[in-house]
Design a protein around this ligand. Structure first.
Ligand SMILES: Nc1ncnc2[nH]cnc12
Length: 181
C-alpha cells in the first residue's frame, strides 16, 4: 500500500503523507500552515486567474495564509476570515454548519457582524487551500448570502476527489482521494 502522494504546484513539490480519516478513506494530507514556499507559489499562480472582486473570504484555519498572500498580490488591504467558533468580542455573528472531511465532525463557521456589514452588497471571491466535499464552501456561501454579498468566484490551491470535476471553481492542481482497497 502506498504511503504518500507527490504533489507539484508550479515549481514547488511536496510528498504528502496518506492518512486515514475513516475506516474506508485515506486522504493525502496537505497542510500549508508554516509553508511559505507553497503559499507564495500558489498565490502567484492563482492571482492572475481571479475575476475582479471587492473582498476575499476564507475559512479558519488553513485558508488564512493563502487568502493573505493573494490579497497582498491583488492590492486588497483587507480580507475576511470566517471563524470556527463564536468569540466573545463578536457582535451579532452569523453562523453556518459544516462537516469537515479531515475531522469527520460537525463544525460551525462564523462571520462576525461588522465583517458581514463590510461586505454587504460587495463582490466576493471565496478562497481556500483545498476544496473537497464542497461543504465548507457551501457554508461560506450561505454566510456571504446572508450578509447580502455576492459570490463572483471560488478558488483553491487544490480540488480533491469529485471537486476536480466542478466547473464553478478555479484551482491549480487535482488531489486524489484514496479509498480502502
Ligand atoms: N487532503 C487534505 N489535506 C488537508 N486538509 C484537507 N481538507 C480537505 N482535504 C484535505
Amino acid at each position: 500500500m502506498r504511503n504518500s502522494y507527490t504533489l507539484t504546484i508550479g515549481n514547488v513539490t511536496r510528498e504528502l503523507p496518506l492518512v486515514w480519516v475513516s475506516e474506508e478513506l485515506r486522504i493525502a494530507s496537505f497542510v500549508i500552515l508554516g509553508d511559505t514556499e507553497v503559499v507564495v507559489e500558489a498565490a502567484s499562480l492563482i492571482s492572475d486567474k481571479l475575476p475582479d472582486a471587492d473582498f476575499l473570504v476564507t475559512a479558519e484555519a488553513k485558508g488564512i495564509p493563502f487568502a493573505h498572500e493573494v490579497a497582498k498580490l491583488k492590492g486588497m488591504p483587507r480580507y475576511i476570515v470566517a471563524r470556527k467558533s463564536v468569540k466573545a468580542y463578536m457582535d451579532e455573528p452569523l453562523v453556518a454548519n459544516v462537516t469537515s472531511i479531515t475531522t469527520q465532525k460537525k463544525q460551525t463557521l462564523v462571520l462576525d457582524g461588522p465583517d458581514a456589514a463590510l461586505i454587504s452588497g460587495k463582490r466576493i471571491i471565496l478562497i481556500d487551500d483545498v476544496i473537497s466535499t464542497g461543504d465548507s464552501l457551501r457554508a461560506l456561501e450561505a454566510l456571504i448570502t446572508e450578509a447580502g454579498a455576492k459570490v463572483v468566484g471560488r478558488a483553491a490551491m487544490l480540488a480533491e476527489g469529485d471537486a476536480a470535476e466542478r466547473d464553478d471553481i478555479l484551482y491549480l492542481e487535482k488531489l486524489p482521494l484514496f479509498p480502502a482497497e
